[in-house]
Design a protein around this ligand. Structure first.
Ligand code: ADP
Length: 267
């Protein structure tokens, strides 16, 4: 290797290390955000869907009367997607603040877990028709907990699987029993997460660096999910490999089984 090639290679590696360090510093700063910094980041995240919504409304306003019906159908659907994103962001912000002040209250009811998962997957299939979601229901478990909060965690796992799989459209969702405990998992074949980052992704505001800003988000979803599952006396974790994909898991104690049958050995 000539000296200039060696130098170029060194320069490339140093630039890469510099980029990674910068992103790491950013992430550490995020974990300890001041209120002002949080407002700036949240404001930026909220502004993006708002700007898009405004754009679609302008397009509708300027539509000719012949195009109005067709454009209304087209732009309303896209506007709704952005409204959904806004709603999620605002809910996450409010939930994070409730967790901080110890006021994330949960109700306790009996929840048919497989039925809950099936309903959510049906809805997500309709919202994201490009993605194939293979569903395996095998827990038959009734759990005691807050249906809306558990729904929030399942949706968070699923929407993340979709968001972080921009080039691969297959997702797997399954429920099962392992030693009397309910196990839920969502598998994707997306961008994956480096091993050294996996322990931190359930921390508040933590996001794996994304220098090209391909993925929007505030890094609150998994933090809230972990809080909800811990509140239900369950556990959360992830197994992942960069460029191969990720599997997100959680467990929950089982209150009773719908049909008594031998435990499945699929997990
Ligand atoms: P957000 O998606 O808003 O950043 P989350 O708390 O849901 O917040 O996720 C935290 C981080 O974990 C994300 O920023 C992303 O880096 C990583 N992550 C979560 N789910 C996945 C996934 N399925 N594949 C790859 N990375 C993921």
């Amino acid at each position: 290797m000539t000296t200039s090639i060696k130098l170029a290679e060194k320069y490339r590696r140093l630039t890469q290390i510099h980029k990674e360090l910068k992103a790491e510093i950013e992430n550490r700063k995020r974990a300890d955000l001041t209120k002002d910094e949080l407002i700036t980041i949240a404001g930026h995240e909220l502004k993006t869907p708002l700007t898009i919504i405004k754009g679609y409304l302008h397009l509708l306003e300027n539509s000719s009367s012949e195009m109005l019906l067709e454009n209304t159908r087209k732009y309303l659907a896209r506007t709704l997607v952005q409204v959904g994103k806004l709603e999620l962001l605002v809910t996450d912000l409010l939930d994070t603040s409730k967790i901080e002040s110890g006021h994330l209250n949960m109700v306790c009811e009996l929840v048919d877990f497989d039925e809950l998962v099936e309903t959510i997957v049906e809805t997500i299939r309709q919202i994201h028709p490009l993605y194939t979601i293979a569903l395996t229901l095998g827990s038959d478990a009734i759990v005691q907990g807050d249906r809306i909060r558990l729904e929030q965690v399942i949706i968070n796992y699923l929407t993340n699987a979709i968001k972080y799989s921009p080039d691969s459209f297959k997702i797997g969702v399954s429920t099962g029993l392992s030693e009397g405990i309910l196990l839920f998992k969502v598998t994707d074949s997306g961008i994956g997460i480096p091993l050294e980052k996996q322990a931190r992704i359930f921390h508040k505001f933590y996001r794996v660096e994304d220098p090209e800003h391909r993925f929007s988000g505030l890094g609150m979803g998994l933090f809230i999910s972990a809080e909800i599952i811990q509140h239900h006396k369950g556990k959360v974790w992830v197994m992942s490999e960069p460029d191969k994909g990720s599997t997100f898991f959680f467990t929950l104690p089982v209150s009773s089984l719908k049909v008594s049958k031998p435990e499945r050995a699929s997990f």
